[in-house]
Structure formats: structure tokens, C-alpha cells
Design a protein around this ligand. Sequence first.
Ligand SMILES: [Fe+2]
Ligand SMILES: [Fe+2]
Length: 139
Amino acid sequence: MYFKWKDEYCTGIEAIDNQHRHLMEIGSKIFDLAYADDGCDHYDEIMEVLGELKDYTVYHFGYEEELMVRYGYERYEPHKFQHFFLTKKIEKFEEEKQEIDDRQKDTILKLAEFLSDWVTNHILKEDMLYKDFFKSKGM
Ligand SMILES: [Fe+2]
Ligand SMILES: [Fe+2]
């Protein structure tokens, strides 16, 4: 199941947990549209939600990075690099839009699956590392 919220994703920092939840809500809309059994082609809507997912991801990454700078988090650079990697990956995908038009849904779904795996893995491995640090700063 992609973009499905699990309790283990909780950092205990409310603003961040809410943002992670919202990210997953947007992401799961892609799969709802792709697998909608209504005989309609939802390609344009899927691309729109993908854009929404990208914008919110960029917002969320910026939010985390701003906190890291504010509190002097020691893993700021490697964490920021992971965010940068994903943002570039999405941008590259957008540049190859012609290919997307040709192969349509399969390509989008592959990207959405990749994003889901990446985001959940990033939350569990990298975001969890700042949990205690931010809590100690009163977050
Ligand atoms: Fe995050
Ligand atoms: Fe992060």
C-alpha cells in the first residue's frame, strides 16, 4: 500500500507529523485516480496532483530545513542533501514530460511508487534522527 500513514511515522512533533500526513494524503490521491474504476482517463488530474505533491514536498522540506538552521542541527547538510536529491528527481521527471505523454499512466505510477518508498524511508531513517533534538528544543 503506497502513501499509507502508519503510526511508526510519528515523530511526536505535531507540525511535522501533520505535514507528513498531508503529504501522504496528496500522494494517495494519485493512486485513487489511477485505479478509479469509472472508465475515465484521469491523466490530467493525476498530473495536477503530482504537481501538488511536488509543491507540498518542497514546502515541507523547506520547513524542516528552516528549523534545522534555527536550532543548529548537526545533520543539517546530509539531511538537506537528501531533500535536494528528491526535488531534482521530480524536476527531471517533469522535464521528460513528452515521454510521460507517450507512456502515460505506467510512468506516473512508477514515479508515485518511487516517491512513496522514498518518503516513507526518509521519514523512518532521516527524519527520526532529529526527533529527540527538536524535542529538546521545546518543539
Ligand atoms: Fe519530513
Ligand atoms: Fe526530511
